[in-house]
Ligand binder design. Structure first.
Ligand SMILES: [Zn+2]
Length: 199
């Protein structure tokens, strides 16, 4: 039992990546509706992607970030090997919301990078936290994961939640429009490179 999320529903959904079990959870702190997208039978050390909602990247295929291709790649990986994609609502724009993300994009048109744009708006560089994802893993009985990410903060938060974590790098979606964004995440926000040797 945990007080962070409430399981609400499970149903099968066919997708272009295959047929997945969708388990819907309500976040009891933020009110957000998260979904765990599951392929195959789950065990310890299963493949997991904790993915932050990104309307612009996923629905509109914006090239300013790599969220759409990352989500596609993660769904493809779990469809082949089994695993879970935990889709985190309320994480738009690293947690600052859609309108604030668009405001940050506007500031980037005048030369600020993705981090300074957030700070210029009086917002945190990254306002996401992953306790709900840990609670969902707990609900699924998963104590150890291979986490598909380049984000050290995500690795640390999941590990602090008591989950044993091994990283699986992800490299997709690089474009001329997001090379500055990706290098800022790498150089100023500590993101790991996609290479397996990056640890
Ligand atoms: Zn995005």
């Amino acid at each position: 039992m945990n007080a962070r999320v409430a399981f609400e529903v499970e149903t099968l959904v066919p997708t272009e990546h295959g047929r997945f079990r969708f388990r819907g959870y309500r976040d009891l702190v933020t009110g957000a509706e998260h979904v765990a997208i599951i392929a195959g039978l789950l065990g310890q050390g299963t493949l997991v992607r904790v993915h932050s909602e990104c309307l612009t990247g996923e629905a509109f295929l914006s090239l300013k970030c790599e969220c759409g291709p990352q989500l596609d790649a993660a769904l493809e990986m779990i469809s082949r090997r089994g695993g879970v994609v935990i889709y985190m609502r309320g994480h738009e724009g690293r947690g600052i919301g859609l309108i604030n993300k668009l405001k940050a994009y506007q500031l980037q048109e005048s030369g600020l990078d993705t981090l300074d744009a957030n700070l210029a708006l009086g917002l945190p560089a990254d306002d996401r936290e992953y306790a709900a994802a840990v609670a969902i893993l707990d609900d699924l009985g998963i104590r150890s994961v291979q986490l598909i990410t380049n984000n050290p903060e995500k690795l640390q938060q999941v590990a602090r939640g008591g989950i044993t974590v091994e990283r699986v790098p992800i490299v997709v979606g690089e474009s001329p429009f997001n090379s500055g964004y990706l290098s800022t995440k790498h150089e100023r926000m500590g993101h790991l490179s996609g290479a397996a040797t990056a640890g």
